[in-house]
Design a binder for this molecule. Structure first.
Ligand SMILES: [Zn+2]
Ligand SMILES: [Zn+2]
Length: 344
């Protein structure tokens, strides 16, 4: 056990400084940044941007034909100045620019280290202690079922992690950063504190480890049945269905049936709302079934006018990029101190 802990500390140390160990590592990390627009495992890949724009266009045409947008151009409809020049959005752009660099230099190496730890722990438990033998081959049907199972598991953990980040005061101090956006534009999706990013990765580590052990002996060629362009078919299709409308003013819901299965952009817009009817609702990431099962689903029926943000934010709590990074630490320390005092 001590050996594993030491191994983990070493890996985290290595991961943390991996990009700075050599000039070529640093260049490789920085070189990844422009690739976000062509790498399909990144939400900023051009097909996802283009599909969200196409959906916005279809919604605009539909509204125009219904006579709801008399003299409004598509640009004014999709990119209204009141939202895109709002101080909250300008702060999101600044935060996203810095965050994307830090992601490739620091967060990705750390999260890779956490994933490796997950794989090591699972191998230790499943193979070393329980004597489980990972399958050496699977039928196409079994591969599809396994991929669906891992998608469900991954999404359930994301749901639970999101609930935890709302319910545990010390974690909420960090998740508040995301909820501090005052208007929704796609840039708001990138206002996420690194502690939250790494926290989610740590909670996902056992599932990542399980899939690494499970697929260890299965040929990559056999797994292609669940992939398209090198990413999972399910993830690819869901990302095309309005990823960038989740953080936007454009209401897009999947309808009464599909809303019960998948998280539509409207679900997440409701999650950001300050209306008490919407509090602690729609925690899901890809699927809405978990919200349905655990009683946190709010069905996005008719379009609603939403006010988003935090009602209890201190005046200068989220005013600058620096405050977005630093203020959650002060709040969580304050929360922890109060808790300890109460216990004492
Ligand atoms: Zn949330
Ligand atoms: Zn959000």
């Amino acid at each position: 056990m001590i050996e594993t802990v030491l191994w983990f500390v070493e890996r985290v140390g290595e991961s943390l400084f991996a990009s700075f160990l050599s000039w070529s590592n640093f260049q490789a990390a920085v070189g990844q940044i422009p690739r976000v627009f062509i790498n399909l495992s990144n939400g900023l890949a051009w097909p996802y941007l283009l599909s969200s724009l196409a959906l916005a266009w279809a919604i605009y045409v539909f509204a125009k034909r219904a006579g709801r947008l008399a003299d409004v151009s598509f640009r004014e409809f999709a990119f209204p100045a009141r939202l895109y020049r709002h101080r909250s959005t300008l702060l999101d752009f600044r935060f996203a620019a810095i965050d994307i660099v830090l992601t490739f230099l620091i967060y990705v190496p750390i999260m890779t280290g956490v994933g490796l730890l997950g794989a090591k722990m699972m191998t230790w438990v499943l193979v070393g202690h329980l004597g489980w033998e990972p399958p050496s081959s699977l039928s196409p049907t079994a591969i599809v079922i396994a991929a669906a199972g891992f998608l469900l598991l991954h999404d359930l953990i994301n749901y639970c992690a999101h609930v935890l980040f709302h319910k545990v005061p010390v974690l909420w101090a960090f998740h508040r950063v995301h909820h501090s956006v005052e208007v929704l534009t796609p840039a708001a999706a990138y206002r996420i504190h690194p502690v939250e990013l790494i926290g989610f990765a740590m909670l996902q580590a056992p599932a990542v480890g399980l899939s690494a052990v499970f697929y260890e002996n299965i040929l990559g060629r056999d797994q292609q049945i669940t992939m398209i362009f090198g990413v999972s078919i399910a993830g690819f299709v869901l990302a095309l269905l309005g990823t960038h409308l989740r953080h936007s003013h454009i209401w897009f819901s999947y309808g009464p049936v599909f809303n019960r299965l998948f998280m539509s952009p409207a679900h997440h817009q409701i999650h950001h709302s300050v209306d008490p009817r919407h509090w602690n609702k729609n925690f899901g990431v890809k699927l809405s079934v978990w919200d349905g099962l655990f009683g946190t689903h709010y069905h996005p029926g008719h379009p609603e006018v939403l006010q988003v943000g935090l009602l209890d934010a201190a005046p200068r709590e989220f005013e600058t990029v620096r405050s977005l990074y630093v203020s959650p630490f002060a709040r969580s320390i304050h929360t922890l101190t109060r808790l300890l005092e109460r216990r004492a």
